[in-house]
Design a protein around this ligand. Structure first.
Ligand SMILES: *Cc1c(COP(=O)(O)O)cnc(C)c1O
Length: 320
């Protein structure tokens, strides 16, 4: 296993929230991508693959987590990246990808990235040695990591570590985290529903992809009552603002509030979600609200010591 489980649950009394600390899944690089990689890397090893080929935005946490943990597991990591707004966080992640020996290729659009992935895949051995991972690690296999997480939470509730949550509020980008959780909960004793705070666009595609993934994950784990999924996963779109990676005022406020309670957030994912979680508490629609924290809190400094100081010019066009 890559991660250390179970991750802790904590109460922030003043905010009336519970927090699931998936920032702590791994001490080198944690966050939600680690749970997906448990299953993705295991499958790649089972299939005797040597390379992992994937795709993401310039500052992708998924690409970085794959570079670090896939690299440690002995795979060569290759990623096609698309441009993202330049922030210090994005630049750091790019440099960390390079320090972790990932091979990066810059594309202009996701279509270009897909072509680059195909070209890259067939370059060796007609692609037989390559294991393809979609954006965010969000296929059925990756999402099984969050089925495990739902089981883990069920055990924590059974042990009395927290009351049964009425709602889990979680960031929704490529959908695997929310879909895995919802499928896992639908096959558990918990009645908890999942509120996915959408941070990616376009909305129709995110909704289509996520609900399809939810049905497929549920079927994979032997779920036989698709009606049990009804109402398990609700998507909210009102924190997205101008789009993926575009900060909102609500997210900035949420980031400050969380910071005052020692919870560090980012503006692309978790601050928008935390704003949604605070809203859930304020509107009192749910009694027990669990904010599921998905951002790694491991310091990147050790890795960045061996990183190039600046982003190489071939990758500069990834920063808008
Ligand atoms: C990738 C990511 C998410 C989104 O998870 P999905 O499974 O892609 O929906 C949320 N938070 C953080 C910090 C992430 O890196």
């Amino acid at each position: 296993m890559i991660g250390a489980y179970p991750t802790p649950v904590e109460r922030i009394d003043e905010l009336g929230l519970w927090v699931k600390r998936d920032d702590l899944t791994n001490s080198v690089y944690g966050g939600n991508k680690v749970r997906k990689l448990e299953h993705l890397l295991a499958e790649a090893a089972r299939k005797k693959k040597k390379r992992i080929v994937t795709v993401g935005a310039a500052g992708s946490h998924h690409v970085l987590a794959t570079a670090i943990h896939g690299g440690r597991a002995g795979f060569a990591i290759e990623a096609a990246l698309v441009p993202q707004r330049r922030t210090e966080h994005v630049v750091q992640n790019l440099r960390a990808d390079l320090a972790a020996h990932a091979t990066l290729r810059a594309a202009r659009t996701y279509f270009g990235a897909a072509l680059s992935v195909v070209a890259q895949t067939v370059r060796h051995d007609w692609g037989r040695d390559a294991y393809l991972v979609p954006m965010g690690g969000s296929n059925v296999t990756g999402s099984l990591g969050y089925v495990d997480a739902a089981r883990e939470l069920e055990a924590q509730v059974a042990r009395g570590e927290l009351p049964e949550p009425d709602a889990i509020v979680v960031t929704l980008g490529s959908g695997g985290t929310a879909a895995g959780l919802a499928a896992g909960l639908a096959t558990s004793k918990l009645k908890t529903r999942v509120i996915g705070v959408v941070v990616a666009a376009p909305a129709w595609f995110v909704a289509f992809y996520t609900y399809r993934l939810l049905r497929r994950v549920y079927a994979r784990i032997g779920g036989r009552e698709p009606r049990a999924l009804r109402g398990r996963l609700e998507l909210v779109f009102d924190q997205l603002g101008a789009g993926y990676g575009e900060p909102t005022d609500a997210a900035r406020r949420a980031m400050e509030i969380a910071g005052a309670h020692d919870l560090r957030l980012d503006l692309t994912y978790t601050a928008k979600c935390f704003a949604g979680a605070l809203e859930c508490v304020h509107t009192a629609r749910f009694k027990n609200v669990l904010y599921w924290h998905t951002l790694s809190s491991a310091p990147l400094a050790p890795l960045l010591e061996s990183a190039p100081r600046d982003v190489p010019s071939a990758l500069a066009k990834l920063l808008r």
